[in-house]
Design a protein around this ligand. Sequence first.
Ligand code: GDP
Length: 195
Amino acid sequence: LFAAPTEFLKGVVAMDGLPPGDRPEVCFAGRSNVGKSSLINALTGRKGLARASNTPGRTQEINFFTTTGGPYLVDLPGYGYANAPVAVVEKWQRLLKSYLAGRATLRRAFVLIDARHGVKAVDDEIMALLDRAAVTFQAVLTKADKVKDKDRDTVLAQVRTALAKHPAAYPELVLTSSEKGDGIETLRAIIAALD
Ligand code: GDP
């Protein structure tokens, strides 16, 4: 799946721009700065494939990447910008809702959670959206290398408690570090095993 280079296919700003649903896909959601671009780059082995663009406005696209013989990887816009204009947030929420509810080929969403901070209110809102859209999601903890050993169990417990409230949540979570490579192979295997 990830042996040949993953390629950028297109950025989508409206439902009618979605590529044909001719193969399965998985999407990645997360608060801005959670490490989503870094994770996609680590997964695909391509630095700079997913660009870390942290300006609202520039990040409102749903970006599609193609793998070889596998699912589309779909990079959803980051959420939770402190200063994002209301209109931008609303437009993003509309597109996101339409996408999640209307994409029959969407097999799983990965909701990225900063392992230092655990599940925040905005993450919980996204999870509720996924529940309503009946899209199975799996929590992926990012930046695991930044968590001290003594804090790890506390964060994991907080995340597990939060996930337990969501019917669409897949119980198993994945601890990753894009910097150190932890969990990357596990996540690749999970994606490869979906059909
Ligand atoms: P995005 O806004 O969610 O796409 O986040 P980025 O991928 O741009 O990452 C945000 C910041 O976190 C950057 O400074 C990254 O270098 C850093 N970062 C991302 N992943 C990791 C990680 O696994 N470990 C550490 N220590 N830093 C990370």
